[in-house]
Design a protein around this ligand. Structure first.
Ligand code: NDP
Length: 248
């Protein structure tokens, strides 16, 4: 039976690139999305047409009960989960700290932090050898913003990704003896639609000059690192924060 990979926010951007590569590696993929069902269904159709196995699962990962339902759906459909890619994430429009209200902070932390924690919790319950599971791998999408701080753009987002780094370090130690590896990738500026939601669709072009390699990255370049971390080739990697940022 194929290994099963859940990719939260797997319908667009880095998540979709990860799904495409995962299918080539032989995984069955669960493509979670929040609102844009058309993108998720189109990706599932593309994967199936190429002979792969995929399902689209709607759930807002910021809502605990929806995360529980998401994992129960995977239990019913596949009866196993081998890899969780905690990829769903949001940006809010660029602004300085003194303009940020608490509603914004709640939204940013609810999806980027609490959602990732909830998905990790449900995955650990199922993967842990202490619970009769077969072990597994969790890969968290952090950001190089956790290191740089994103001043005058979105330090709330950067701080949320800092929390993901800490969670990666702690959880990796907590579950290492239960057969679960936990790692994070920290992408730099990657060409996806997330920058439009931050209010600057052309951000990649503007920021490119400050990247030592002189360009933004592609979703596929991040996906390659995720797929390596998921694989047995990374069998001794846990608690790693892997920068995929063009040297930034
Ligand atoms: P995109 O904006 O291109 O895609 C976001 C995906 O997440 C979509 O599938 C979206 O679903 C889904 N999503 C958003 N909110 C939720 C939610 N509450 N519940 C479930 N799904 C949700 O993002 P990217 O591919 O650019 O980013 C992926 C990850 O990589 C994020 O964690 C981001 O922070 C991180 N990252 C990205 C960088 C970049 O430069 N692009 C740099 C560093 C880190 P729907 O289509 O339904 O809205």
């Amino acid at each position: 039976m194929r290994k099963v990979m859940l990719i939260t926010g797997g319908s667009r951007g880095i998540g979709a690139a990860t799904a495409r590569l995962a299918v080539v590696e032989g995984y069955a993929v669960c493509i979670n999305y929040h609102q844009q069902s058309a993108s998720a269904e189109a990706l599932v159709a593309e994967i199936k047409a190429a002979g792969g196995e995929a399902i689209a699962l709607q759930a807002n990962i910021a809502v605990d009960a929806e995360v529980e339902q998401l994992f129960k759906a995977i239990d019913r459909y596949f009866g196993r989960i081998d890899v969780l890619v905690n990829n769903a994430g949001i940006l809010e429009p660029q602004m300085r700290l003194e303009q940020m209200d608490s509603a914004r902070l709640q939204r940013v932390f609810a999806t980027n932090v609490f959602g990732s924690f909830a998905c990790a919790r449900e995955a650990v319950k199922r993967m842990s050898s202490d619970n009769g599971g077969q072990g597994g791998v969790i890969i968290n999408l952090s950001s190089i913003a956790a290191k740089l701080g994103a001043p005058a753009e979105y330090i709330d987002y950067a701080a949320a990704k800092g929390a993901i780094d800490s969670m990666t370090l702690g959880l990796a130690k907590e579950v290492a003896s239960q057969g679960i590896r936990v790692n994070a990738v920290r992408p730099g500026v990657i060409d996806t639609e997330i920058h439009a939601s931050g209010g600057e669709p052309d951000r990649v072009a503007r920021v490119s000059a400050s990247v030592p390699m002189g360009r933004g990255g592609s979703a596929q370049e991040v996906a390659e690192a995720i797929i390596w971390l998921a694989s047995d080739k990374a069998s001794y990697a846990s608690g790693a924060l892997l920068d995929i940022s063009g040297g930034r």
